[in-house]
Ligand binder design. Structure first.
Ligand code: C2E
Ligand code: MG
Ligand code: MG
Ligand code: MG
Length: 286
């Protein structure tokens, strides 16, 4: 943008770069202080069986209640936490908080936790997972770690070792945002995933884009032949549900069944009678 448009815009460009860098540094410092003073919180979003509508698990999603900025969405602070290295501490907090929460439920539903690339490539990560499971008493089979393609492309061999190590602890590994990377297909064949989460951009297009419909359909066929369960993300409408039922996608997550929310909102599901795990009519959005 600055190129060829005069020295003024070059100056402006430099100044705004500087501002962006400073802004990021401020946020990075705020984050460290925020973690110590309890500004981070987990929201939980239900995952449902497409056909029975029963709740089959939850995904933990991080929120930051900034004292001045208000609720900062993860896409605004997780990249900064990643570039500053703080994601290691923040991710440890998320893991412990999610496991502690799930261990307190009367109903032994699974909990899915997002794992950043740097966490997965951290040599201490499997040991940390083991320690947190012991500390919290959560049954390892109830913990599902969601990893993305970027988390494994750097070093396939090491990623495979880490995934095997984690699986030997009894936890499950899900591939998140399936379809958004460059080599999603080969990832499926190379790594022993226990679940595939189809990215919401494809789910959103099933009714309007033949490409999206084709990706969802072919993923379901491939996953079935590999024996891997599939969850569709970002399910919002009756059309989405209709399509996914027709194509045999057994699990869904999205605003259709409920938005992510604080733990109070899931109380009746995680501690109530099994019937409460069914969606009650007219209460689609939690
Ligand atoms: P994700 O893991 O793919 O999580 C799903 C995102 O889709 C969530 O956004 C969720 O609120 C949103 N979503 C769910 N259903 C619908 C729907 O029907 N329609 C639409 N439009 N959106 C829906 P959220 O909570 O803003 O998180 C965004 C991303 O931030 C996550 O994507 C994940 O990559 C990252 N993230 C969130 N929490 C953590 C965390 O604890 N650790 C790490 N490393 N990353 C996290
Ligand atoms: Mg996820
Ligand atoms: Mg996703
Ligand atoms: Mg994601």
């Amino acid at each position: 943008r600055a190129k060829g448009s005069g020295s003024n815009s070059v100056c402006f460009y430099d100044a705004s770069m500087d501002l962006a860098v400073r802004e990021r540094n401020v946020l990075a410092m705020d984050m460290r202080a925020g973690l110590r003073s309890g500004q981070f919180q987990l929201f939980y979003q239900r995952q449902n069986n497409t056909f029975t509508e029963e709740v089959v698990g939850f995904e933990a999603l991080l929120r930051w209640n900034h004292p001045v900025r208000g609720l900062v969405p993860p896409l605004d602070f997780i990249p900064i936490a990643e570039s500053s290295g703080f994601i290691i501490d923040l991710g440890e907090w998320v893991l412990r908080e999610a496991c502690r929460e799930a261990a307190s439920w009367r109903n032994p539903l699974p909990i899915a936790v997002n794992v950043a690339t740097q966490q997965l490539s951290d040599r201490n990560f499997p040991t940390l997972v083991q320690r947190v499971l012991q500390e919290t008493g959560l049954d390892p089979s109830r913990l599902e770690l969601e990893i993305t393609e970027t988390g494994i492309i750097a070093d396939h061999q090491r990623a495979l070792q880490t995934i095997r190590h984690l699986k030997s602890l009894g936890v499950r590994i899900a591939m998140d945002d399936y379809g958004t990377g460059y080599s999603s297909l080969s990832m499926l064949l190379t790594f022993p995933f226990d679940k595939i989460k189809i990215d919401r951009q494809f789910v959103d297009g099933v009714a309007t884009s033949s490409q999206s419909a084709a990706i969802v359909r072919s993923t379901l066929i491939l996953a079935e032949s590999l024996g891997i369960p599939v969850l569709a993300e970002g399910v919002e409408t009756d059309e989405h549900i209709k399509f996914l039922k027709e194509e045999g996608c057994v699990q869904v997550q999205g605003f259709f069944f409920g938005k992510p929310g604080p733990r109070e909102g899931i109380e009746s599901i995680v501690n109530g009678q099994p019937e409460s795990r069914r969606k009650s009519p007219g209460s689609r959005v939690a």
